[in-house]
Design a protein around this ligand. Structure first.
Ligand SMILES: [Zn+2]
Length: 336
């Protein structure tokens, strides 16, 4: 079967006509397969949703019980028949519950990787390469200039700053799903055993990670009524990026503004956000990881969904792999 007829882009998202389902649709549909819980991939309002148990739980936490009419949990590695199609979910290493989705019919297999990374992450299962005819990849950091340093070095920068400025609160902006918990887990691995204070928007997701056996240590709410202002001196406080714009961030004593994102390797972006200590920690692949993953999987074709498509398409062509951009809309490569 021609891969273009098995799965193709539509304004609602990637569509599998034979199975009657969309993958990560950006508008409400009858049948949706969801790769992971980030808001641009997992939206409320579909009738039926197939996703990993963690992704379903995360959607329930974010949108409430009525996020869909019915749901089915996909077990990693298990094959599910949908009409004449077989679908299977495989770890993507992006955030807790994240999965690549393999779609198969008549001997043709397409893997939709969703968002993924190759670095070790103590908070989720590692990416598994799945042999396929077509590998669909994002290209958030799809330029050769993008190279993410070792996470441990970035965490060490934070620990150094805490020692240097024991009187200042260290306020870290980190996305509520995945990044925040990963930073906490990395700090714990580095031996940091002090309480870590979190913004209310992170509470339920952090609790959920704990429930799934991902230890985050002593986590406390960063609420002013519980603590007096000075008690945050020298403390690590984590909040979602949006909280930095409002008065929440101003309650802390002489804060060190920190932001944890792959984009922090672009100095201009750190400056624009008023970030004093950029931590380059990404839940996406950098250029080397994107290209090494494609070499490892060695598919006949690569389709590129969003990000910097052109450079990656060109690289594939030079490697002798047919490639094309899909120009999917509705996915946010800034919200990383
Ligand atoms: Zn994502």
């Amino acid at each position: 079967m021609k891969p273009e007829t098995l799965l193709y882009p539509t304004p609602k998202g990637l569509y599998c006509e034979k199975g009657g389902f969309y993958i990560d649709p950006v508008q409400p549909v009858e049948k949706a397969l969801i790769t992971h819980g980030h808001a641009d991939h997992a939206r409320a309002g579909h009738t039926h949703v197939l996703a990993t148990q963690e992704t379903l739980d995360i959607m329930r936490i974010r949108y409430g019980d009525a996020f869909c009419v019915s749901s089915q949990a996909a077990v990693l590695g298990a094959r599910t028949g949908i009409g004449d199609i077989t679908a299977s979910f495989h770890p993507a290493g992006h955030v807790l519950g994240s999965a690549q989705i393999a779609v198969e019919a008549n001997g043709t297999r397409i893997v939709v990787s969703g968002d993924y990374k190759r670095r070790r992450d103590p908070t989720c299962a590692a990416f598994e390469p799945v042999p396929c005819d077509v590998f669909i990849t994002e290209a958030t950091f799809g330029l050769p200039v993008f190279h993410h340093p070792d996470d441990r070095g970035e965490v060490a920068k934070l620990l150094t700053s805490l020692r240097q400025f024991p009187e200042r609160a260290h306020i870290i902006g980190a996305y509520a799903l995945g990044k925040a918990q990963r930073i906490i887990a990395l700090l714990r691995e580095a031996g940091y055993d002090q309480p870590i204070y979190i913004h209310g928007a992170l509470a339920r997701l952090c609790d959920y990670y704990e429930e799934r056996g991902i230890g985050l240590g002593d986590i406390r709410p960063a609420t002013q009524d519980v603590q007096d202002r000075q008690s945050f001196a020298g403390a690590v406080v984590i909040g979602p990026p949006a909280a930095f714009a409002d008065k929440w961030a101003r309650r802390f004593p002489d804060p060190v503004a920190i932001f944890a994102s792959g984009w922090m390797l672009v100095r201009q972006r750190a400056k624009q956000r008023g970030v004093e200590l950029p931590m380059i920690i990404s839940d996406h692949c950098d250029w080397t990881e994107l290209t090494e993953t494609i070499r490892e999987i060695n598919p006949a074709q690569v389709w590129v969904t969003h990000g910097r498509e052109e450079a990656l398409v060109r690289w594939c062509e030079l490697e002798g792999i047919a490639a094309r951009p899909l120009h999917l809309v509705g996915y946010d490569d800034e919200g990383e």
